[in-house]
Design a protein around this ligand. Sequence first.
Ligand SMILES: Nc1ncnc2c1ncn2[C@@H]1O[C@H](COP(=O)(O)OP(=O)(O)OP(=O)(O)O)[C@@H](O)[C@H]1O
Ligand SMILES: [Mg+2]
Length: 463
Amino acid sequence: MSMLTPKEIVAELDKYIIGQNDAKRKVAIALRDRWRRQQLAEDLRDEVAPKNIIMIGPTGVGKTEIARRLSKLAEAPFIKVEASKFTEVGYVGRDCESMIRELTESAVTMVRTEMEREVQHKAEANAENRLLDILLPPQRQQTPHAWRPNDPGAGDEGQALSQQEPDAEERTREVIRKKLQSGELDDREVEVETKDSGMPSMMQVFSNSGLEEMGVNFQEMLGKLMPQRRQARRTRVSEARRLLEQEELQNLIDMEVVARRAVQRTEDTGIVFLDEIDKIAGRGGSKSGPDVSREGVQRDILPIVEGSNVTTKYGTVRTDHILFIAAGAFHMAKVSDLIPELQGRFPIRVELENLGADDFIRILREPRNSLVRQYQGMLETEGVTLEFTDDAVEAIARMCQRVNSETENIGARRLHTIMENLLEDISYEATDKAGSHVRIDGDEAERRLKGILEDQELSKYIL
Ligand SMILES: Nc1ncnc2c1ncn2[C@@H]1O[C@H](COP(=O)(O)OP(=O)(O)OP(=O)(O)O)[C@@H](O)[C@H]1O
Ligand SMILES: [Mg+2]
């Protein structure tokens, strides 16, 4: 569970997202509230409902980006889904409850990874012992003269010997163990037998279809019906070690415990990010077609947000305390176009601000994954160093601002198109120019984009 304080969460988000302080604060509080609720006495804990949030803002200002970064910080089951992907129950498509199944799935992965970490050492030790058994079968003696498979007496002789000298066998085993550990034997070929994990592909097709949606673990059901097959294969020691470790891990982890903990964690700390919620806004009334079905989706989402039981293949999940963060551009629709009951379930609203030239400068420069750094990194793989002067960055930001205001405002997304056009020639020729240094200053940036910028019609299509 996240132990980060709201300020720490905002500081983390600041590394990637420029501005939008209000939104950052609100999501930070919501995230911290999950932890606070966990600290409460049980009777009070049940009373505290999560404060669901709607983030409203034009396109390309960082809504989805905030969600993506938050998911990395949350240390809680987290999924991002597009509201527009869902369909009303009874129609072809994804039903709304599947978001909770997906959330539970992410909790299972999380819990399993944690538990695997706990038993990793044990699994490694077991795998090593199994490898030793393969390299040095225990019932046979390792001394060369004692092991003659063609000699009918050889087996017995081996056994007798090893009984006589258990120490010798043990010593050899330790020698081999050392060699194994040092990686000296990694390239040696061995034959290992592992569980055949690959389901016949037909089964996989089945299990990915509708049954999954109903929360039935078809694959597991079939897996239990079918005899466990074991498969022997020849591989290198290093690969065999990996296979055996995997299998030992599986043996050491009780999937029922994983499922139980995962369900618990989903219920207590799960977060669903419902993106593009404006796409399902719209109230039916007398209108036809899509609006009616959008309203249907809203009605299906309602009980999930409000708190209901959803059947998953890991057990029933209560959604009462799952946090929902919704986001949408809401240009065409307004929040008030959502059905009132749903509006009521999202008590916190936050508007994200439009981005201007100053923000673009910072977006180009500051984030760890900024476009400037991305392009520099990409060209460096070709041996080309790319330099942007300060006035180049300013010029790009200004152009971005200008095109946004003259054509359509797509926020920071415009930076991507502008940068791509700006660097097209350099990118195309980079391979032939290894070792060169490319410097882009303000004039150069403007010169390269001039042709496109001057022609408004053209820039509408290209940038
Ligand atoms: N405030 C910001 N700080 C840094 N980068 C940003 C910011 N806003 C947007 N970006 C960049 O712009 C791109 C688009 O942003 P994002 O996906 O968050 O848009 P959005 O608000 O979800 O828009 P939409 O409503 O169209 O989904 C991202 O790749 C991100 O890098
Ligand atoms: Mg988005």
